[in-house]
Design a binder for this molecule. Structure first.
Ligand code: VGL
Ligand code: ZN
Length: 213
């Protein structure tokens, strides 16, 4: 009998930010970030619908420590929409660091969402910018296509995967995070906190082997 986790109609695989800058050697390298690539390539063919996201910042983006004199990466500042962590420069639109990892199989994607494209606002979530008000259009896309369950994977577990999962749950989607297809940054306990918040939001965590793919 097929398990309830076997991907079918109504399911989408959401591949978050598998870009060079989040992989070893990149501007904001996530430990083992590149290890998600073979896992994602193995499971993606099981899904009829695949969406990719790409962190895509203009030069001088507000989330870059280098945009604030005297500030260092990983410090936080207060901005119009709340607290913002400052990052090393990463995923500057059009640069090699912003490109998908060269081995990531992207041809199956029906949609690529670029986020963080406005200089004055960051966007961790694939659904809303960090003001939690400006939509990217992804929830409409999923709704229009009748997709009610989102399987999430990619980088980073505690930032873009985390906030995408919360927004997906808020939008009424059933949300499943494929843990071995994600890696985290883990800044000051952010990984445990993210997992807690996702669990409280009803997000389910699985290993890719549970997909039968
Ligand atoms: C991300 C920090 C800054 C992510 C993007 O993809 O998780 N994290 N920008
Ligand atoms: Zn970013």
């Amino acid at each position: 009998m097929a398990s309830d986790l076997a991907p079918g109609a109504g399911d989408v695989l959401l591949i978050i930010d598998v870009q060079n800058d989040f992989c070893p050697g990149g501007g904001l390298a996530v430990p083992e970030g590149d290890c998600v690539v073979p896992v994602i390539n193995r499971i993606a063919p099981a899904f009829g619908q695949v969406v990719l996201t790409q962190d895509w910042h203009p030069p001088g983006h507000l989330s870059f420590a280098s945009s604030h004199s005297g500030r260092q990466p990983f410090e936080t500042i207060e901005v119009a929409y709340g607290t913002q962590t400052l990052w090393p420069d990463h995923c500057v639109r059009g640069t090699p660091g912003a490109a998908f990892h060269a081995d990531l199989e992207t041809t199956r994607a029906g949609m690529i969402i670029r986020k963080g494209t406005r200089a004055e606002i960051d966007s961790y979530s694939a659904f809303f910018e960090n003001d939690h008000a400006t939509a990217t259009g992804l929830s409409g896309y999923l709704r229009d296509r009748g997709l009610g369950r989102a399987f999430l994977c990619g980088l980073a577990t505690d930032y873009c995967v985390h906030f995408s999962a919360l927004d997906a749950a808020k939008a009424g989607l059933e949300v499943v995070v494929i843990e071995d297809a994600c890696r985290g940054i883990d800044l000051d306990g952010s990984l445990a906190a993210a997992k807690d918040a996702m669990t409280r939001a009803g997000v389910r965590f699985i290993d890719s082997s549970a997909l039968g793919a």
